[in-house]
Design a protein around this ligand. Structure first.
Ligand code: ADP
Length: 472
């Protein structure tokens, strides 16, 4: 009931009481029959009192109606709370301060594998395995002071003995005097989440192991390539000396006119030539492996300088022409201009071209190989190497830049190659902040297209202080 209305009502009853009291006093002192006027006054007072009572009664009735509707509202709210409580997606429990269950919803009962009604009166500790009970009690005792615990991860035990990972959020409930009177528990089964976390951890661990293996592999490639390169350079050096010596000997013997078609020195010269050729080939492979390991370790640095890219393309094409001639392939340069100035790393641009051209020649048996070079509008250079060779199947195209990948390893092995060429080309192009794409059709040919910046400056090329290997 509203306080001011309450006061008014009391006031009215008080007034009626006072009037009646005054009337009684008058009648008692004077006697009614000596003073008829008093009877009239008495009746008047009574009527007034009656009216006051009627007003008071009306107010009482109104207040009663208000009370009834407030009560209905409370019942609706209670039902709503009950529904929320019962049909909430998580387990809800209300307990006293000792953790003895007073209310529990259906999900809580399902989680703990027990009928809802049998949960009431049971301590929640019953559903915690012995191993966890001590820590459970410690937190329980502290709850009235700490007020709230969020996402408290705990192992819980269903009635059938099965355990599950639970996340508990607990809140202390207070009465109007701020005295703690109970606890509200939200129980969530997080077994699936825990399993996913464990799996993720496992995958992360495996990933780290893979990264470490990869690092070791790259380290091994780098070391072994270094180790191989030094003696190989010595072998090549001495082979060159031997070749010169044999050529001198041959010349002297020719002068002495000792004609012999199967002269041992001529045979020796051929053998040395083969040692030299194979040695050079081996060295090229080792250089490729070294480049690859430097790129992997992000230790490759671009040495930027100005040069004419059309001239460079023509040079590389001339160098590879003998190889194309040996397969009767036409090889040509298609340049938009006579010369195009660029600022980039000429050694690495040459390496890109050599790799692409040797692939184009290697995988083409008839027809032609064309290198196109030109400028693009936004200060970019386009390089395209086009062949009329065996082509690459559509399903193989996604793997073309993968390290050590070859369409047909057995065929490619007979042609030479490590499966690193395109991987290195792509890595260098990316280091130059350029892009590369391949277009190919089986039995029709392949086009590799590269776009690189025309003006590449050292800061960008250094790529934020990457370490420089001394022996580039
Ligand atoms: P490889 O050292 O084996 O040539 P690459 O990385 O340069 O390694 O090329 C990977 C594979 O892609 C090759 O083995 C070959 O199967 C295919 N490939 C590359 N370029 C061409 C091309 N121009 N025509 C057809 N196939 C090619």
């Amino acid at each position: 009931m509203n306080t001011s209305k309450n006061d008014q009502f009391t006031q009215r009853v008080q007034t009626v009481y006072e009037h009646t009291e005054a009337l009684y006093e008058s009648v008692r002192q004077a006697g009614v029959w000596q003073n008829p006027q008093l009877i009239i006054s008495c009746l008047e007072e009574l009527r007034l009192a009656l009216e006051q009572l009627q007003v008071a009664e009306e107010e009482l009735r109104q207040q009663n109606e208000a009370l009834i509707s407030a009560h209905e509202m409370i019942s609706i709210e209670q039902q709503r709370y009950r529904d929320l409580f019962d049909f909430a997606p998580d387990g809800y429990v209300v307990s006293d301060l000792h953790g003895v269950i007073r209310e529990a919803n259906q999900i809580a009962a399902a989680l703990l594998n027990i009928e809802q009604k049998y949960l009431l009166g049971k301590p929640l500790a019953n559903f915690v395995p012995e191993s966890q009970r001590r820590s459970f009690r410690i937190v329980l005792n502290q709850l009235p002071t700490i007020q709230r615990v969020q996402e408290w991860e705990l192992l819980m035990r269903r009635r059938n003995g099965e355990t599950f990972n639970a996340a508990l959020t607990v809140e202390t409930v207070y009465d109007f005097g701020r005295q703690p009177i109970g606890l509200r528990w939200l129980i969530r089964d997080i077994t699936a989440r825990k399993q996913a976390e464990a799996q993720l951890q496992q995958v992360q661990l495996q990933n780290l192991e893979l990264l470490e293996t990869d690092r070791l592999k790259n380290q091994f490639i780098a070391n072994i390539s270094h180790e191989l390169r030094t003696p190989l350079n010595a072998i090549l050096g001495f082979t060159e000396l031997m070749q010169r010596y044999v050529e001198q000997e041959n010349a002297q013997q020719e002068n002495a006119q000792q004609q012999n078609s199967r002269h041992p020195h001529l045979q020796l010269s051929g053998m040395i030539e083969r040692i030299f050729r194979n040695g050079r080939h081996l060295l090229a492979l080792i250089e490729e492996l070294l480049d690859f390991s430097r790129l992997k370790a992000e230790r490759l640095k671009l040495n930027v300088e100005p040069f004419d890219i059309v001239e460079l393309v023509r040079q590389v094409v001339e160098e590879t022409r003998p190889l194309a001639d040996s397969k009767a392939l036409e090889i040509r340069v298609d340049a938009a201009q006579a010369c195009i100035a660029v600022v980039n790393d000429p050694v690495r641009v040459r390496q890109i071209l050599v790799n692409l051209l040797s692939n184009a020649i290697k995988f083409t048996d008839k027809g032609s190989v064309t290198v196109e070079v030109g400028e693009l509008p936004d200060e970019k250079i386009v390089l395209m190497v086009q062949d009329t060779g065996i082509g690459i199947a559509e399903e193989d195209l996604p793997y073309i830049f993968s390290e050590f990948w070859q369409v047909n390893p057995s065929t490619t092995r007979s042609q030479g190659g490590t499966g690193l060429g395109l991987a290195i080309v792509r890595a260098i192009v990316e280091l130059m902040q350029g892009c590369i794409s391949v277009d190919s059709q089986l039995d029709r040919g392949t086009t590799v297209r590269i776009e690189i910046p025309q003006w590449l400056f050292t800061d960008a090329a250094n790529l934020f202080g990457r370490e420089i290997l001394p022996d580039r």
